[in-house]
Design a protein around this ligand. Structure first.
Ligand SMILES: Cc1ncc(COP(=O)(O)O)c(C=O)c1O
Length: 352
């Protein structure tokens, strides 16, 4: 099947670019003796998770139990879930998952640890738990190295749980704060006789500086496989590295400077990540996608010399590739003009 036969809106994944992105970061990490544990939330496809492991990843990261269940079903064996797992239904699923794979989770409160401990106390296989640290991003995480070690001690003292180290999802550009927090937590843990063998750092925006966080033993990039407009803005790669595009058709040209595409917020998402516009049109880089309704994207062509015609097809690099993956049941894997496979996005919608 050729690219021209795909109906729109549709997601295209350039497999050659994705492969090059994976190989480039794995080589960088290998050269710095840093383990790679990719976050699969970006692609949600078992085939890419397996490829990441083949290339040298020590395991994968999933955000939700539902994603991890899909990956375990597909044969992935080593899964990190950096999330506070709360509530009986999820804890029951966690117990079942821990029987099938090498599993680790995070906790940032006594309440989470106590819930995990109650679920795992009578289990023959302990659950590995890392302490999540807020090193500057302002999301989950204990607020100081002292709190991190206090929680580490509680984990270690809890029957059914095994403390294994610290995890953070850092602030973009917050390398020195991150290193200061993690190295202090590690030292305090060692002083307390604990073994913080995994120090897990993450994110694509600072991934080429991952080696500067010298305390980290592993890095969890997610978006690096596809890249997107935000990562390009952060200098992580170029538009030529972007593997995921949304194929759309120009369905209306109501005025000289306005075009409408058949991709709206249900295809591109309304995520701007603080940038102007809702994506970059590859064929018309000076065009601005100014607004989205659910099934329409409105484009301002005033800066374009050349303007598209009704029926023309365009490819859009979204602001944020990961959220686009979650919107489509299937993606088209392409190489050049050929569609090499239409893949089910197996872990899409697994937000539970
Ligand atoms: C806990 C965690 N680790 C890793 C990642 C991967 O980050 P990125 O997509 O910037 O590579 C994310 C992204 O949201 C995350 O939440």
């Amino acid at each position: 099947m050729k690219l021209s036969e795909i109906d729109t809106p549709a997601v295209l994944i350039d497999v050659d670019r994705a492969e090059a992105n994976l190989e480039r970061f794995q080589a960088y990490a290998d050269s710095h003796k840093l383990a790679v544990r990719p976050h699969i939330k970006t692609h949600k496809l078992p085939r890419f998770a397996k490829r990441q492991v083949e290339l040298g990843a020590v395991g994968i990261t999933c955000q939700k139990i539902g994603e991890a269940e899909v990956m375990a079903d597909a044969g992935l064996k080593d899964i990190f879930l950096p999330y506070n797992i709360i509530g009986k239904s999820k804890l029951d699923r966690l117990v079942a998952l821990n029987k099938r794979v090498q599993l680790a989770v995070t906790a940032d409160s006594e309440a989470t640890v106590n819930g995990l401990a109650a679920a795992f106390r009578k289990q023959p296989k302990s659950l590995i738990v890392l302490v999540e640290c807020d090193t500057g991003a302002g999301r989950c995480g204990v607020q100081s190295p002292q709190e991190a070690v206090a929680l580490a001690k509680l984990i270690e003292a809890s029957e059914g749980l095994k403390f294994a180290g610290f995890m953070t999802y850092p602030k973009n550009g917050g390398i020195s704060e991150n290193e200061a927090f993690l190295s202090a937590a590690k030292q305090l843990a060692l002083d307390a006789g604990l073994d913080p063998r995994i120090i897990s750092n993450g994110g694509s925006p600072d991934m080429w500086r991952a080696h500067e966080v010298t305390t980290a033993t592993e890095h969890r990039p997610g978006t690096y496989i596809y890249m997107d407009r935000f990562q390009v803005a952060k200098g992580v790669g170029s538009f030529d590295d972007c593997a995921l595009t949304v194929l759309a058709t120009i369905v209306s040209r109501p005025t000289g400077n306005r075009a409408i595409i058949d991709a709206g917020s249900k295809s591109l998402t309304s995520d701007t990540l603080g940038m102007e516009g809702f994506g970059r049109i590859v064929e018309y880089p000076d065009a601005v996608i100014t607004s989205l309704s659910e099934e329409h994207g409105t484009i301002d062509l005033s800066a374009c010399g050349n303007k598209p015609q009704i029926g023309e097809r365009v490819r859009i690099i979204p602001n944020h590739a990961c959220v686009v993956s979650n919107l489509f049941d299937k993606v088209n894997l392409i190489s050049g003009d050929e569609v090499v496979e239409i893949a089910d996005v197996a872990a899409r919608g697994r937000v539970d």
